[in-house]
Design a protein around this ligand. Structure first.
Ligand code: R5P
Length: 313
C-alpha cells in the first residue's frame, strides 16, 4: 500500500504512556521504539530506536504533571523526529498546559499559551491534535493545522447511564458556558450558570447562581479540574440554593495541590474524568475514568488517511 504521508507510526513520551498504548491497541499497532531518559543533570535525552525516515509520526505527549518536564520533552522529541527525516510530525497533546494564560489579564503578564504554540512550531511539529483547549481561540495561536477534539460526547454517553429525570446542566463559570450548552443539548436538559470571580490565581469566589437548581441534580462540566477550587465553590453555592446532588465531570483531571483530596471529600457520589492525564493507580472508586484513547485513535487514523476529523465531534 502506498502511504501519502508515509507509514503511520505512533510514539510516546513519558507523560502518559498508558494512553499511548491504549491508542496503539485501538489501532492494532505497537508503539515505536524510543528511549526517553534524562542526562545526569536533568536534561532530556531522546534516542529513536528505529528508522522513521519518510514516516507519518504521531507523538503522544500531554502536558501533565510535571508540566514543564512534559513540555520540554515534547519539544525535544519533535526535534528528534524532524532531524530523523520524518515526513510529517503530529504532536498529540490531549492536554495543552499554559492554556489559561491566553491573554494579558493584567499588565506585565506573558501570553504563555502563545509562547508554547511558538515553541511547538519551532521544534518542527507539522500539526497538532489536542482536546478541550481552555479556550478554543488558542487554535489560532498556531500557524499550522490544529485538530481540536471534544470529550463532551463521551461524557454525555456516560451521563445517560444515570437517572437524569430531574437534572440540570450547570456551567461553573462563564468560560464553561458553551461546553455546558453542548452537554445540555445532548442530554436534553435545561442549563444553569454559576457566576464565578477569580480575585487571584487559584482562588475562586461565587457571586451568584442563575437558573432553577432547587431540588435538582446538577451536572457540571469543566475543561479541567485543577485545585478543585472552582468546583467546590460552585458546589457550595448550588447546595445553598437547594440542589439535591452534584455530578461533576471534566476532560482534564489536573488535580494539583489539594485537587484530588477535594474531589474525594467533596459532596459528590462520583467525579467523571478522562485519561488525558495519568492518575494514580490506587484511585478511589468514586473517580470514574473514561478513556479518550478510541477517540484519539480514530482521529489519528483519519488524519493519516486525509479523512474528515470534524465528523468525530
Ligand atoms: C477556569 O477558568 C477553568 O475552566 C477551570 O474552572 C479552572 O481552571 C479549574 O481550576 P481549579 O480547579 O483550580 O479551580
Amino acid at each position: 500500500m502506498a502511504y501519502q504521508h508515509g507509514e503511520l507510526k505512533i510514539f510516546s513520551g513519558s507523560a502518559n504512556p498508558r494512553l499511548a498504548e491504549a491508542i496503539g491497541r485501538h489501532l492494532g499497532t505497537h508503539l515505536g521504539a524510543c528511549q526517553v531518559t534524562r542526562f545526569s543533570n536533568g536534561e532530556v535525552r531522546i534516542m529513536i530506536e528505529e528508522n522513521i525516515r519518510g514516516c507519518d509520526i504521531f507523538v503522544v505527549q500531554p502536558m501533565g504533571h510535571p508540566v514543564n518536564e512534559s513540555l520540554v520533552e515534547l519539544l525535544v522529541l519533535v526535534d528528534a523526529f524532524r532531524r530523523s527525516s520524518a515526513q510529517r510530525i503530529t504532536a498529540v497533546v490531549p492536554y495543552y498546559a499554559y492554556g489559561r494564560q491566553d491573554r494579558k489579564a493584567r499588565g506585565r503578564e506573558p501570553i504563555s499559551a502563545k509562547l508554547v504554540a511558538n515553541l511547538l512550531v519551532t521544534s518542527g511539529a507539522d500539526r497538532i491534535l489536542t482536546m478541550d483547549l481552555h479556550s478554543p481561540q488558542i487554535q489560532g495561536f498556531f500557524d499550522i493545522p490544529v485538530d481540536h477534539l471534544r470529550a463532551v460526547r463521551l461524557i454525555a454517553e456516560y451521563m445517560k447511564t444515570k437517572d437524569l429525570s430531574d437534572a440540570i446542566v450547570v456551567a461553573p463559570d462563564a468560560g464553561s458556558g458553551h461546553r455546558a450548552r453542548q452537554l445540555a443539548d445532548m442530554l436534553h436538559l435545561p442549563i444553569g450558570f454559576v457566576d464565578k470571580r477569580r480575585p487571584e490565581p487559584g482562588v475562586s469566589e461565587v457571586m451568584n447562581v442563575i437558573g432553577d437548581v432547587r431540588g435538582k441534580t446538577a451536572v457540571i462540566i469543566e475543561d479541567m479540574i485543577d485545585t478543585g477550587g472552582t468546583l467546590i465553590e460552585a458546589s457550595k453555592a448550588l447546595l445553598a440554593h437547594g440542589t439535591k446532588a452534584i455530578i461533576p465531570s471534566c476532560t482534564h483531571p489536573v488535580l494539583s495541590g489539594p485537587g484530588l483530596e477535594r474531589m474525594v471529600e467533596g459532596p459528590f457520589e462520583e467525579v467523571i474524568v478522562t485519561d488525558s492525564i495519568p492518575l494514580p493507580p490506587d484511585l478511589p472508586p468514586k473517580i470514574k475514568v473514561l478513556s479518550i484513547a478510541p477517540l484519539l485513535g480514530d482521529a489519528i487514523w483519519r488524519i493519516h488517511q486525509d479523512l474528515s476529523v470534524s465528523e468525530l465531534f
